[in-house]
Design a protein around this ligand. Sequence first.
Ligand code: KMT
Ligand code: NI
Length: 180
Amino acid sequence: MVCAWLMNDDLADQRLEHHRSPPVFVPLDKLFKTTGVEYFKVNLDSQNPELEELKNKRGYSYEDEILISPTQLPNYEEKIKIFFHEHLHTDEEIRLVLEGSGYFDVRDMEENWVRIEVKPGDLLILPAGIYHRFTLDTNNFVRAKRYFVGEPVWTPHNRPCDEMECRKSYLERLKKNLEE
Ligand code: KMT
Ligand code: NI
């Protein structure tokens, strides 16, 4: 099962776990309530009717793969910095990890960083407008599928961009989500 926790604010190596002391884990239902992040477990060894259904239901018409490693990603150092700079997108960020591992960090409603550990078979959907970042862990390798509705737009908008429409509607949705 996917594991998420609140981060400490120590600025050492981003690839480490950065647990608080004592650790504070964030269960999946709480992660959804406080950030809107959705999680699905995908069995990578077999055909996946659930994955096909999800793609159809959400209209994920585009897919490709991204591979991040020091030797296999062109402009690796520069890309890694971009991924780890706090940003948002105007669309969902959907990633299914196929090999390797890493951490997606997302801001919760109280501005805490929640670190989400991803491994093979983990499918994460970060909502449009959520502030987040990504880092490899100490294994320095991940291969993942990326999905998108229509023509992909990968542009990161670095924080602060609170005036963007996608940010405002994200916060509205989150508020409604909490009231339910
Ligand atoms: C992104 O946009 O941050 C990435 O694609 C990197 C993470 S993919 C596991
Ligand atoms: Ni992003």
